[in-house]
Design a protein around this ligand. Structure first.
Ligand code: MGD
Ligand code: MGD
Ligand code: SF4
Ligand code: MO
Length: 675
């Protein structure tokens, strides 16, 4: 404890994209209290257990405090000049020996919210002449971005449900734990309840989730089979229930879509999904009766081997009912375009760039190389220097043991993180970043995919402690040493955090002034619907992109093999991926363990809490069994984010979607046995 008088700071939580308002009370350099900001217009006092652990995270005993150079015995602390000079020199050596493509960067989820550093990594790679930019997007949801690119011409334009929607369907997302996937939502229970009370809320998920508990109806499909349900719904809605005038005015390709879904009969749907036919028809009838529908998707769809066609058909349920960009359905949040201050875009058509040299069959998309190929790039010697920004490749990328060997082999592994972990242990350069309370930020997600969009300008609560630096500064200094922006090199102190944020987000002067006029969040005025149609060059959504039509025609329905179970993915409320996975500062911590249906467990002689081995064709996971009737029979629901019980061991960088490079991470056949 210190004798300093407590000071109150209004800020927001950056542990997930919900960006809940927080009031942090500090005394000197200590956080003494964190609570929800009751005056925040959207989160209104809500903080989940992670947000309440912000202070503990800030004071984590393993916080990185000073730059370190060297591996193992060689490791020594260094000043910033020494560390950055050394790193730049090592990168230059790699460039001189192997060329600029031997230098890459990986951006994880924590770097997305380092708002002042946005664009700094790619700028360095572009300056060097390397395309080796990897982000967690390609192990998360390239499918939905591909569908957006193909249908509306822009990968970041994703629909979010209208506030007044009367029929909301959550498919493969559990906002009660995750606070949303491509729709961020503080106070999830309140919103889900509201949807269920004012209209109906349906949840489609192989597990009876916390979100399903609040829902009007829960349907449990076989993992990976959702495209059969969506295909059937589109087929039947096109016969009866489609909004013909909307289709005529705002879309192209409806006939090709109708032909593509013709084989999707009710019989095929029920056989493949395992959902009783009468429940499927009930959903169809409900959509017809309501007229408009919001389909809210998540990782449960994006992780499947049928992700592209599933996301597309899910969008199409909305499109054929005239629910996209229309009241009572879904709206497109223009936040991304606002941030870049553009209202129009040149529609892209899904043509990929050339992929990494060691995996030429895989594409570059959205300006990124697929993470699944990074390990091949390292093993082949193509990639020799990697900078990791706020991410953890050991939990995020498939085959952690192989990834660990590859990371250890790199000539240069520079890690910009806040906490010492299994990745920093392998690093040649450890660069301690300022944590979220030590930097000014605006939320980078809440204007893009929020249920209600808002922004907020938050000053830092503390100056960076120990010898930490904000990531924007680290990258600017590194870039300068590599010859980028020589002005910064001459006068390293010149740019302030405020000036950097200004340059990145201040192009809309009115909006920027409004954000600076208050410490609180500012709600973005609701958008009129219909803006996306108006902005599209031909005013039309493309319903039948050739590559998706072709992929659907090639798709083979799953066969059921009784001895096998299917792995499914799951988020946990009390951690964010690997962040807080150690439970530090939480009253109750997230626990590893695979959830099995009691009957599946009994068949295998497994009791609750027993050690088990989950095996796939790619690897095995030693964990404990958690028996729960809420898991659907035939599934093994396994959380991700633990370095020890690492779900990534069950997936492979070779079993990927050829169109995106996305590894299949749900619906993976596994066997389960007592350990
Ligand atoms: N508390 C917390 N919040 C988080 C995170 C976290 O780790 N913890 N991580 C953040 C990140 S990086 C992301 S990407 C988002 C993810 O956000 P969500 O996508 O909402 O993630 P989950 O809560 O795991 O919900 C996915 C659901 O899909 C279901 N599912 C699995 N396979 C299938 C399938 O084949 N079909 C259907 N219909 N459902 C399926 C699972 O049972 C699970 O309930 O959450 C973000 N928010
Ligand atoms: N098998 C399997 N694999 C998966 C998934 C799955 O469900 N199953 N999920 C996939 C998905 S959706 C995602 S998004 C990825 C997640 O993959 P990543 O984003 O790579 O993983 P995180 O654990 O979120 O990594 C965050 C890191 O940032 C650090 N950090 C925290 N705060 C800060 C900060 O302020 N600044 C900096 N610089 N660092 C900070 C944390 O200490 C941590 O090391 O994994 C993917 N891989
Ligand atoms: S929901 Fe997300 S932003 Fe809100 S307190 Fe929890 S972790 Fe922080
Ligand atoms: Mo994610």
């Amino acid at each position: 404890m210190t004798d300093d008088l407590p000071t109150r700071h209004r800020t927001f939580c950056r542990l997930c994209n919900a960006a809940c308002g927080a009031i942090v009370t500090a005394a000197g350099d200590r956080v003494i209290d964190v609570r929800g900001d009751r005056d925040h217009p959207v989160s209104r006092g809500y903080l989940c257990p992670k947000g309440r652990a912000l202070g503990a995270h800030h004071h984590h005993p393993d916080r990185l405090d000073e730059p370190l150079i060297g591996r193992g015995e060689q490791r020594a602390s260094a000043g910033w000049d020494e560390a950055l000079d050394h790193l730049a020199g090592a990168i230059e050596t790699v460039v001189a020996e192997t060329g600029p493509s031997a230098v890459g960067m990986y951006k994880g989820t924590a770097h997305y919210v380092e708002s002042a550093a946005v664009g700094a990594g790619p700028a360095i790679l572009a300056h060097l002449g390397s395309r080796q930019w990897y982000t967690s997007l390609t192990v998360d949801c390239p499918a939905v971005c591909l569908v957006a690119e193909l249908v509306v011409g822009h990968p970041w334009l994703l629909p979010v449900p209208d506030l007044d929607t009367r029929l909301t369907v959550l498919v493969g997302t559990n906002p009660m734990a995750s606070h949303g996937h491509t729709m961020n939502i503080p106070r999830p229970k309140e919103w889900l309840r509201r949807w269920a009370t004012d209209g109906e809320l349906w949840v489609i998920d192989p597990r009876r989730t916390e979100s399903a508990d609040v829902a009007t109806v829960h349907l449990a499909p076989r993992p990976g089979s959702d495209y059969l349900l969506m295909g059937y719904l589109v087929r039947e809605l096109l016969r009866h229930g489609a909004d013909r005038s909307y289709l005529e005015r705002h879309t192209t390709g409806v006939d090709a879509l109708a032909a593509a879904v013709e084989p999707f009969t009710l019989e095929r749907c029920t056989r493949g999904t395992g959902i009783p036919g009468e429940r499927v028809v009930e959903l169809l009838t409900k959509i017809r009766a309501t007229g408009r529908v919001s389909m809210v998707t998540g990782t449960g769809l994006n992780f499947s081997d049928k992700a592209n066609v599933t996301l597309w058909l899910t969008w199409m349920v909305c499109a054929v009912t005239g629910s996209l960009d229309r009241p009572g359905g879904m709206w497109f949040n223009p936040g991304y375009l606002n941030q870049t201050h553009r209202q129009t875009w040149e529609p892209r058509d899904g043509t990929p760039g050339p992929g990494p040299a060691s995996r030429p069959e895989l594409p570059e998309r959205f300006g990124e190389m697929p993470c699944a190929a990074a390990v091949d790039e390292i093993e082949s010697g193509n990639l020799r220097a990697l900078v990791v920004l706020g991410g953890n490749p050991l939990i995020a990328w498939p085959q952690p043991q192989r990834v660990a060997r590859a990371l250890a082999k790199l000539d240069v592994l520079a890690v910009v993180d806040v906490i010492d972990n299994d990745v920093t242990a392998l690093a040649t350069h450890v660069l301690p970043a300022a944590g979220q309370l030590e930097r000014a930020d605006i939320p980078t997600g809440s204007e893009l995919y929020a249920l209600r969009s808002f922004s907020q300008y938050s000053e830092r609560v503390f100056a960076p402690g120990a010898d930490r630096r904000p990531t924007w500064w680290i990258l600017r200094e590194l870039g300068a040493r590599l010859g980028l922006d020589p002005a910064a090199r001459r006068d390293p102190g010149a740019a302030s955090e405020a000036a950097v944020l200004d340059a990145l987000y201040g192009s809309d002067a009115d909006r920027w002034r409004a954000l600076h006029a208050t410490t609180n969040a500012v709600v973005t005025p609701e958008r009129p619907h219909g803006w996306i149609h108006a902005a599209l060059p031909d005013q039309r959504l493309r319903l039948a992109p050739a590559m998706l039509i072709d992929e659907l025609a090639r798709t083979r329905d799953p066969e059921s093999r009784p001895a096998e179970l299917l792995l499914t993915n799951r988020r946990q409320l009390r951690k964010n991926n690997s962040t807080l996975a150690d439970g530090h500062g939480l009253a109750r911590s997230a626990q590893p363990g695979s959830v099995l249906h009691p009957d599946d467990a009994a068949q295998r002689g497994i009791a609750d809490g027993d050690p088990i081995v989950v095996s796939s064709a790619h690897g095995e996971l030693r964990t404990v069994a958690r028996l729960d009737g809420r898991a659907v029979r035939g599934t093994v629901s396994t959380p991700h984010g633990f370095v020890e019980a690492n779900a990534a061991a069950l997936v492979s960088g070779d079993a990927v979607d050829p169109a995106t490079g996305m590894p299949t991470m749900t619906g993976v056949p596994v066997t389960v046995a007592p350990a």
